[in-house]
Design a protein around this ligand. Structure first.
Ligand code: BDR
Ligand code: CA
Length: 309
């Protein structure tokens, strides 16, 4: 079974990704959640991760550690327009009761990955890569504890979502992303070229809601809030960005894409934060660009159906 750490900035779609990962406990153990500033400031992403952990009934099993409150070099950017001021679309959740770990996210990553050398773990990143870049900087040896890093971020042919060139997670900390892409660690990238092929329809939201369990109903609320904000901002349904990382781990057969090396545009200007894949067979990064979107949704539905069983 895969051991995974999820580094995230919840975020409506991060929250759904967490719910899918917890559900798939026969395929993956979530050994910890680390949070980072991104969609909303760091205190809120930490709080939201605690909320979702408790919603899934995992309050005491899985540590949640708060991480970097600001990006490495650039000024902070947030995405309240797409996640609401709380980061969870204003959906009312009970106050989380189980505390966050005392460990900082970066220290947790270093300690946990160092201990994982004989049986490397998977790191899933669904927010800006600040924590990961910091961990790799202070402890480069943690790569030996990493099987692969699966990230949501970037875009090539699709162009950006926060600027015409840049995708949010990369734009929010492009220097961190550059450090992680250039680390040589095997990666898979769920980028906009593929997530824009997975827009959630109203009918799909209804199917999640019809599962009927309290968790499934909350998942439907999260997807519906995402759709509503995306419709306001972009005039279309919300892509299944962050859940696609977990779904690609569960069903790699549903995703396709070439190998590449990837760099990030760091020069000030209109292309700032753009990912630039160089497609080459000897690249260490799989750049997904094709997906069987209906089958991915069915997989997600099947996982969410396990709540309340
Ligand atoms: C990414 O940006 C965030 O707003 C989402 O949570 C997702 O991780 C999509 O560009
Ligand atoms: Ca995210």
């Amino acid at each position: 079974k895969r051991q995974i750490i999820i580094d995230c900035d919840p975020g409506l779609d991060d929250a759904v990704a967490l719910l899918v990962a917890f559900a798939a406990s026969d395929m993956m153990d979530v050994v910890g959640i680390t949070t980072v500033a991104g969609n909303v400031p760091a205190p809120l992403t930490l709080r939201n991760a605690r909320i979702i952990r408790e919603l899934a009934g995992k309050g005491r099993e899985i540590p949640v550690c708060g991480g970097a409150p600001v990006p490495l070099l650039r000024d902070p950017v947030t995405a309240e327009d797409f996640h609401g001021t709380t980061g969870l679309g204003g959906i009312p959740f009970p106050k989380p009761r189980v505390r966050a770990s005392r460990a900082n996210a970066v220290n947790f990553l270093v300690r946990t990955l160092r201990a994982a050398k004989g049986f490397p773990m998977t790191l899933v990143v669904t927010g800006p890569m600040t924590n990961v870049a910091l961990a790799l900087t202070i402890a480069p040896d943690i790569r030996e504890g990493l099987k692969e890093i699966v990230v949501m971020g970037g875009a090539d042919t699709e162009g950006g979502n926060i600027t015409p060139h840049a995708e949010f997670n990369i734009f929010a900390d492009p220097h961190a992303a550059q450090a992680v892409f250039q680390s040589g660690i095997p990666m898979r990238v769920l980028n906009l070229d593929v997530t824009h092929q997975m827009l959630t329809s109203d009918e799909q939201v209804d199917r999640v809601r019809a599962l009927g369990s309290p968790v499934a109903i909350r998942a439907a609320d999260l997807l519906a809030a995402s759709n509503q904000l995306e419709e306001q901002g972009k005039g279309r349904k919300a892509p299944l960005h962050d859940p696609s990382t977990i779904l690609a781990l569960l069903r790699p057969d549903l995703f396709e894409g070439p190998m590449a090396t990837v760099s990030v545009e760091l020069q000030a200007g209109e292309r700032f934060g753009r990912t630039v894949p160089d497609y080459r067979q000897d690249g260490h990064i799989r750049w997904y660009n094709k997906v069987d979107a209906d089958a991915v949704f069915s997989e997600m539905l099947g996982q969410l159906a396990r709540y309340g069983e």
